[in-house]
Design a protein around this ligand. Structure first.
Ligand code: AHM
Ligand code: MG
Length: 335
């Protein structure tokens, strides 16, 4: 079977759809290339001496895995010289990384989580890289980029995607014209399209949540989950299944392919009451899920309408099946 390569897909998007400026195409190809390198390093595992933790913590006080730092470097190195970016920001860096002065400055801003699901690296479960692309305002042309330039709401994203390093390495991408999946052919080093115009199935009875946080949930989330756990014997009248990978990429990928709902709700554990990060995790996944016909909220309003106030801001996440997300919102309002 002759498959479309990522390069060809992007060139056709640029040519036919007129949605993809050349610089953005270059940016996506560069990210995809960095993800190949990350996939290779992950695949080597202990043989490449890339497993385990470092002594360092990131800005959010989380212990960094070796691969968090390695993957962060791969993405910075691949993207800093191409002339397509004004600056980058990552979950693993305290502040933004402006394009060094020795290289031309482009018009895009990229945010990324180099390795999402880090807790799974050392036990050979799927992890991923998530990225989100915004356009810098014209005003940055004559001055240094600042953190404020990144604080745009998710609706402004011009591209978003993730790579998942699992039994296969996949790249799932949107530039606002649907969601496309590419599988890495490791023998020839090419990304080949394996799913076009992905639409997530609706009406599937599967939820993903870390149940150990139950005591900290809001009454709305507790009611929603308790009813699903009661299954056919409760008010839902049907049985539900539960899955939790603890890698958002893997859980979101499952939901894109076979439906259901994913939740990491805001709870009363920490001061800002949520775990996942708006700019690196929630916004790009919300863009993909909405493009695939699903919904993504913070439990109340669409994630992409949440106004960012900080680079590392955390947000509650409820995404997937439209009707289930609507039920969770409704239960939340009754709190
Ligand atoms: P990370 O980016 O530091 O890996 O954290 C994000 C991950 C998500 O991938 C996943 O949904 C969640 O944290 C898992 O959290 P928990 O360990 O509480 O189940
Ligand atoms: Mg991470």
């Amino acid at each position: 079977m002759k498959r479309t390569t990522l390069t060809r897909f992007l060139i056709e998007q640029q040519r036919n759809e007129n949605v993809l400026p050349a610089e953005l195409r270059l940016l996506i190809e560069t990210v995809a290339r960095a993800c190949k390198t990350i996939s290779h390093a992950i695949g080597r595992g202990a043989l490449g001496e890339v497993l385990g933790s470092l002594d360092s913590e990131n800005v959010q006080g989380e212990v960094q895995k070796k691969l968090d730092v390695i993957a962060n470097e791969f993405i910075l190195d691949a993207n800093e010289w191409g002339g397509h970016l004004a600056a980058m920001a990552s979950e693993e860096m305290e502040t933004i990384y402006p394009t060094p002065n020795r290289y031309p400055k482009g018009e895009y801003l990229m945010l990324f989580d180099p390795i999402d699901g880090s807790s799974n690296i050392d036990v050979d479960l799927s992890v991923g890289t998530i990225f989100s692309v915004l356009k810098a305002s014209d005003a940055v042309a004559g001055r240094d980029v600042t953190e404020e330039d990144f604080l745009q709401d998710g609706r402004n994203q011009v591209a978003a995607g993730y790579a998942i390093y699992g039994p296969q390495t996949l790249l799932v991408l949107t530039v606002g014209t649907g969601v496309y999946e590419f599988t890495l052919d490791k023998e020839v080093g090419a990304w080949l399209m394996t799913d076009a115009n992905m639409t997530m199935p609706q009406g599937k009875c599967e939820f993903a949540i870390n149940m150990s946080n139950r005591r900290q949930w809001s009454p709305g989330i507790t009611r929603y989950i308790d009813e699903r756990v009661q299954g056919a014997a409760g008010p839902c009248g049907k049985d539900y299944n539960m899955r939790w990978t603890a890698s958002m990429v893997a859980d979101v990928h499952r939901i894109l392919k076979r439906g259901g709902v994913f939740m990491y709700p805001a709870d009363n554990r920490s001061e800002n009451k949520a775990k996942l990060r708006l700019m690196y995790e929630a916004n790009p996944m919300a863009f993909l899920i909405e493009q695939a016909g699903g919904a993504a909220t913070n439990g109340f309003i669409p994630i992409m309408d949440v106004e960012p106030v900080g680079l590392h801001q955390r947000v509650g996440v409820v995404l997937g099946d439209k009707a289930e997300v609507a039920t969770i919102t409704e239960y939340g309002k009754l709190n």
